[in-house]
Design a protein around this ligand. Structure first.
Ligand SMILES: Nc1ncnc2c1ncn2[C@@H]1O[C@H](COP(=O)(O)OP(=O)(O)OP(=O)(O)O)[C@@H](O)[C@H]1O
Length: 323
């Protein structure tokens, strides 16, 4: 893991209590992000990507119970913060952008007011100074004609412009950590590329540690430096992007890569991963939650104590029979 990470998540284990029983959502989730690094979390729906992001930001609902683990941003223990400290920390040190930009914005306030609200919460400034900072934030995310657009309501702007407003609000107070949860869902391909380029350029220019949550492996391969692969609440593999795509070592990662048309050599090589995620309410979840779906399953896989281990420089895998 990184020598001086900006974000460090260690052995995060949490569950949710629900009417249908306890859901064992995350177990021993660990990863780091260095300043300026873009890390993608990939995995099927339900693998725990968003819950991990919400745990970092302190957005978990009351049904969540953190059983163990540690989350630090710039060395600061995020889970030990009071609600007030957390409110001040969000936006100033860490920000999140969501997948549905229009619904993430308040429909009855102009976009300029909404960016201004974030600035005013964190910086003592006069209304004129706030307005100047709003314009700066809008220019930074390349919104054309910001003087006019700051008076618009979200419904008056395209999905791509709304996402730019979301990013402007997230970055307005210069945080060090940015979490982007499926930031381009629902946007057309050209707008998707523009938004991803904006996120990448900003991360590089401002040395932001960026966590990109996505289903889209092709997108992750293009914009991320490193990938964290999650399956059913476990991190199963993490490696620099080129290495992971050239030589996946976990059978689940190999299965994911083999199921993406643009990443296989020919259509004949395209394969779906058999089975589905295990029911996370099971009290007897196996040490490897991929075991029931794994073509390489072996008796050793059922021995408790499976951990992420180094298999090559910067390449960790949680598998007893890696590829
Ligand atoms: N409030 C909750 N109560 C019970 N279970 C929950 C709650 N929130 C999330 N979960 C469960 O946690 C697991 C992980 O959900 P999460 O949303 O993090 O997955 P994800 O990988 O982000 O999926 P997607 O790509 O569909 O957003 C799922 O099994 C989900 O049902």
């Amino acid at each position: 893991m990184s020598a001086n990470p900006l974000l460090s998540v260690r052995d995060l284990t949490l569950d949710f209590r629900s009417r249908h029983g306890t859901v064992h959502v995350l177990e021993n989730v660990s990863f780091d992000i260095a300043p300026g690094e873009i890390v993608g979390i990939v995995g099927e729906s339900g693998s725990g990507k968003s819950v991990t992001a919400f745990a970092i930001m302190g957005f978990l609902d009351k049904a969540a119970r953190v059983l163990s683990g540690d989350i630090r941003v710039q060395g600061r223990d995020v889970m030990a913060m009071s609600t007030r400290e957390r409110d001040l920390w969000r936006g100033k040190e860490a920000s999140i952008i969501f997948q549905t930009p229009r619904t993430a914005l308040n429909p009855i306030r102009t976009v300029g007011q909404q960016i201004g609200d974030v600035i005013a919460r964190h910086t003592p400034a006069s209304p004129t100074e706030v307005q100047e900072k709003v314009l700066q934030a809008m220019r930074q995310v390349r919104i054309p004609d910001p003087e006019r657009r700051m008076g618009a309501y979200p419904f008056e702007l395209s999905g791509g412009l709304c996402q730019r407003i979301g990013i402007a609000a997230a970055l307005a107070c210069h945080p060090h950590l940015l979490i982007a949860d499926e930031p381009t869902t629902g946007l057309d391909v050209t707008t998707q590329a523009e938004i991803m380029e904006l996120i990448r350029d900003t991360a590089r220019a401002k040395d932001l540690a960026t966590l990109l949550i996505t289903h889209d492996l092709a997108l992750a391969s293009e914009y991320c430096d490193r990938i964290v692969v999650m399956h059913a609440g476990h991190v199963v593999e993490t490696a620099p992007v080129a290495e992971l795509f050239a030589r996946p070592r976990h059978p689940y990662t190999a299965g994911l890569l083999g199921s993406v048309p643009s990443l296989v050599d020919s259509i004949q090589d395209l394969r779906a991963i058999p089975g589905s995620l295990p029911d996370l309410r099971r009290a007897d979840l196996p040490p490897c939650r991929f075991a029931d779906r794994c073509p390489r399953h072996h008796a050793d896989c059922d021995i408790p104590g499976l951990r992420l281990e180094g298999i090559a420089p910067n390449h960790l895998v949680a598998c007893r029979v890696p590829l």
